[in-house]
Design a protein around this ligand. Structure first.
Ligand code: NAI
Ligand code: MG
Length: 505
């Protein structure tokens, strides 16, 4: 584990990263980043900290506290006290709404600072991170409307009995976040967790915790009571595991890899926690010849390069009807060639670096696996000659759906082009996956579009578009893409217990 005693000698000058928003350098310069426990910013009890990097220039942005099981226990205890004394759940629901709206206001105020900080930490282009901040704002706005609209019911049972239900918060929710889009992922968990009156311990990903720590500052500024949200920075097998095993945590909400999701489910079984898992995907993007081909090409490129290819629902298996295959792969390669790979803070950049060294190594390894498995690189497959974890948009042709690059989540800007014969074949191959998070269909035949939407085993189906989510619409997956679903009213249900009351009349 990259544990060091804090020594700032190796931290790059905050000004050297190129962010134009003064708040970014101020945030990086202010101090080492402590964690948030019970409304206070604290170092790890062991004094340990670890370095957080900038994947564009391979320098260190800051050090953050490295939580161990003892620190996690302190954070859980703070959340437990806050949950039990009702300092949050006992407020008037309108008051909770007001505070959540204030969080959205503060995110708006600091939106450019947050976008730039996120870009420095995870390498996603400034256009993407601006979008993620807007997504976080819309999540807080949407869930700010819920506290005053959560109802139990009176049930039509035996007349000698008054029977009603109460909707209660679960108590303490542990939120374990991935590094791809920290600000969006943290809002996706926290907005509904808070709207339902729960308290939380958040563990950001070790690679990209900075915007989550900044969000912690904004939550306090918005007037959230101490201890309602605690943020522990640290590594999965240490801090994350301690959180999943803790008996005072009532629910774990996780986004990340399927392998880690399985470990979390096993670890939370000891205390039988409610477990919500948003895991991997291998989205089929199916192109029929009657589609608008130029739009399908542009969107297919966006569909596997958005977030530098690091998104759970990205369209990494592109199925093209056999007669269209040559034309489509040629056009997609031309589009990929036109994409600017470079500094993600630059407004003209279309693709930034991968999030960190291990992810870069992993994606390069998969490109080798694709070649060794017999697929052909139609575009990319190499790394631009510059510092940073850059991989060019990579298109494999001659791929069959049984190859490893078509079955395993690569999490980089790498697409596999697979031929299909007809609709039945497209459905069969598209569904032939361990995952079932999303699917896309391109056709101008309205009957086929709806037929395909019904036949594809995916939690979300896009027709003539891709990678679209809405805060009001549930998002979840079939098979090994997860357990439960998020967004819309589903997140409200998942973070609440329905209690039945019977009163003898
Ligand atoms: P990961 O799933 O291991 O990490 C996600 C979060 O889980 C991090 O906060 C991590 O610290 C935590 N964690 C790790 N092990 C844990 C444990 N035993 N108990 C509790 N928490 C734990 O993902 P990682 O290693 O960062 O990325 C590896 C691959 O996973 C990627 O290449 C990608 O394929 C996939 N991935 C998929 C995501 C998605 O949204 N579908 C998000 C992140 C990763
Ligand atoms: Mg891992």
């Amino acid at each position: 584990m990259n544990s060091t005693v804090i020594d700032r000698a190796d931290v790059a000058d905050p000004a050297s990263h190129g962010a134009t928003e003064p708040g970014v350098a101020a945030f990086l310069r202010s101090s080492d980043r402590p964690m948030l426990v019970d409304g206070k910013w604290v170092e790890a009890s062991s004094g340990a900290a670890f370095a957080v990097g900038n994947p564009t220039n391979e320098t260190i942005l800051a050090h953050v506290a490295q939580a161990d099981a003892q620190d996690v226990a302190a954070a859980v205890a703070a959340a437990r006290r806050a949950a039990d004394d009702g300092r949050w759940s006992g407020l008037h629901p309108a008051q909770r709404s007001l505070i959540l709206n204030r969080v959205a206001d503060l995110l708006e105020r600091d939106s450019e600072m947050l976008a730039q900080l996120e870009t420095l930490n995870n390498g996603m282009t400034i256009h993407v991170t601006r979008g993620l901040v807007q997504y976080a704002i819309s999540l807080f706005r949407y869930y700010a409307g819920w506290p005053t609209k959560i109802h139990g019911a009176t049930n039509p049972g035996d007349p000698s009995m008054l029977n009603y239900t109460l909707k209660e918060p679960l108590g303490v929710v542990g939120a374990i976040l991935p590094w791809n889009g920290s600000i969006g992922a943290s809002a996706m968990k926290l907005a509904p967790i808070l709207a339902t009156g729960n308290c939380a311990v958040v563990k950001p990903a070790e690679q990209a915790p900075l915007t989550v720590l900044r969000l912690g500052e904004l939550l306090l500024e918005a007037g959230l009571p101490d201890g309602v949200v605690n943020i522990v920075t640290g590594f999965g097998p240490e801090a994350g595991k301690a959180l999943t095993e803790h008996s005072d945590v009532d629910c774990i909400a996780f986004t990340g890899s399927t392998a880690t999701g399985k470990q979390i489910l096993a670890a939370s079984a000891g205390t039988l926690k409610r477990t919500i898992l948003e895991l991997g995907g291998k989205t089929p993007n199916i192109i029929f010849p009657d589609a608008d081909i130029d739009a399908a090409v542009q969107t297919a490129l966006f569909g596997f390069t958005y977030m530098n290819g690091q998104g759970c629902a990205l369209g990494t298996r592109i199925f093209v009807q056999r007669d269209l295959y040559e034309e489509f792969s040629a056009k997609l390669s031309v589009a990929a060639k036109a994409m600017t790979v470079g500094d993600p803070l630059d407004e003209s950049t279309g693709l930034g670096p991968l999030g960190f060294r291990a992810q870069y190594d992993r994606v390069n390894k998969y490109i080798g696996i694709g070649r060794d498995g017999g697929a052909t690189v139609a575009h990319g497959g190499d790394n631009p000659d510059r510092k940073g974890y850059f991989v060019r948009p990579t298109i494999f042709t001659g791929v069959t759906n049984d190859m490893r690059i078509a079955r395993e989540e690569i999490f980089g800007p790498v697409a596999s082009l697979i031929a299909f014969d007809d609709e039945d074949d497209a459905v069969f191959q598209g569904n032939d996956s361990d995952y079932g998070l999303a699917a896309a269909v391109w056709t101008n035949d309205i009957t086929r579009a709806h037929r395909m939407a019904g036949r594809l085993k995916a939690g979300t189906v896009w027709v003539n578009t891709m990678a679209w989510l809405d805060v009001s619409c549930p998002f979840g997956g079939y098979k090994q893409s997860g357990l439960g679903s998020e967004l819309g009213p589903d997140s409200i249900d998942q973070f609440m217990q329905t209690k039945a009351v019977f009163v003898k009349l």
